[in-house]
Design a protein around this ligand. Structure first.
Ligand SMILES: C[S@@+](CC[C@H](N)C(=O)[O-])C[C@H]1O[C@@H](n2cnc3c(N)ncnc32)[C@H](O)[C@@H]1O
Length: 209
């Protein structure tokens, strides 16, 4: 068995993210996490949101053993088996044969993916979220963003440069550009929460009507 993956930043940011999830979310629901990575977030949030079921997923199944490890360590039973899910895929999840409807979720959670994926992943995330969110469901994205009305920090500029050096298709995204992709899918920004280390937690919901 390979050792479980461990992200020091996920270990740090899971605390302030959980505080926001507890403040924003109802006591129970069904969550789909996209880009689960190591599984530290899935294990922590499922443990502290016991009224929720948590469905982890990632484009890369190589990390699934790590997700299972962190979930087992947390001793939780409300996390489902991880699914392969590429946000750019036309189909995220098949129609449920019992209900004959697409699975829908009260929360779709995506941390730290938009800047470490090509720009088309943003459109893919918004389209898929619009298909799979319950009517009052929330898409929550977390990570670094540039914003037109907020002066950028040097650390975010440096991070953006380092990302683009690693892969020219990557980079810190402008919140306004993400909002345009959200609008095309019928979603809009409902809440903006500044987070430690110049990150934002953004809550997106369906445009009413
Ligand atoms: C920096 S990691 C973030 C992991 C975790 N969410 C966290 O915050 O620690 C980025 C993750 O995005 C995933 N990813 C990249 N492109 C993706 C795509 N098109 N669809 C789904 N996941 C993707 C990668 O496999 C990786 O696990």
């Amino acid at each position: 068995m390979p050792p479980p993956d461990f992200s020091p930043s996920a270990e740090q940011n899971k605390h302030p993210i959980l505080d926001k999830l507890l403040a924003v979310l109802p006591a129970q629901g069904a969550a789909l996490e996209v880009a689960s990575g190591t599984g530290q977030h899935a294990a922590w949030f499922a443990r502290h949101l016991p009224g929720w079921t948590w469905q982890p997923s990632d484009q890369q199944p190589q990390g699934f053993a790590s997700i299972q490890h962190h979930v087992t360590q947390a001793g939780v039973s409300n996390v489902q088996t991880p699914l392969v899910l590429d946000v750019c895929a036309a189909t995220w999840l098949p129609v449920d044969p019992t209900t004959r409807e697409l699975p829908c979720f009260d929360l779709i959670f995506c941390a730290n993916m938009l800047h470490i994926a090509s720009w088309e992943a943003c459109a893919g995330l918004m389209r898929g979220a619009a298909r799979h969110l319950a009517p009052q469901g929330r898409l929550i994205t977390y990570g670094p963003y540039f914003e037109k009305a907020v002066p950028t920090t040097q650390s975010n500029l440096d991070f953006d440069a380092s990302l683009r050096q690693r892969n020219p298709a990557w980079g810190v995204r402008w919140c306004e550009d993400v909002a345009l992709e959200a609008a095309k899918a019928g979603l809009q920004l409902q809440q903006r929460h500044p987070m430690p280390a110049n990150n934002l937690l953004l809550v997106w919901q369906r445009v009413p009507g």
